[in-house]
Design a protein around this ligand. Sequence first.
Ligand SMILES: [Zn+2]
Length: 171
Amino acid sequence: MKISSSVKVYEKYLEYLLNYSKQLDPSDFDKVWMNKYREVIDAKLTTFTLPLALALIHPDFYYKNGESFHNNPQLNWKKNNNFKNGILRTNKCQFIKCSGYECIFNKSREYKIEADHFWPNSLGGPTILANRLLLCSFHNTLKSNSFLNFDWNSVPSWLFNQLEIIYHLKR
Ligand SMILES: [Zn+2]
């Protein structure tokens, strides 16, 4: 997909979110979403990354007429059977990607390698290969739902793609 068209859809979606939030009474906000919202706001993301993060965690990003987008086959958001496939014993823990530090267990292989979500699943991160981070079980536990080193430069391509699909579904 062309980036220019994705950016347009992204802008339209943000406009939609903004109008949507204006119509809501603050008491209508789902508690879970508010907690996610605070977590992202507290992280002091940039003017580029904050709207993307908000779009990711916004409940309307998942639901339409009470139906979860997760279940939409076009999005293939949650039920990606490949997510945990193909992980070998010889794979390396990619802790360096989310921390800047090399995994000290990569030589000893004390911990098994697991599929983690780079942008946390608890904050709306999809179970798609583009959002997969291979971590040893030690660092998977350590990272938990941290997103401090999330790579916004490369990853928004999947986010744009999802926004495009959702935008078209909404019309
Ligand atoms: Zn590790």
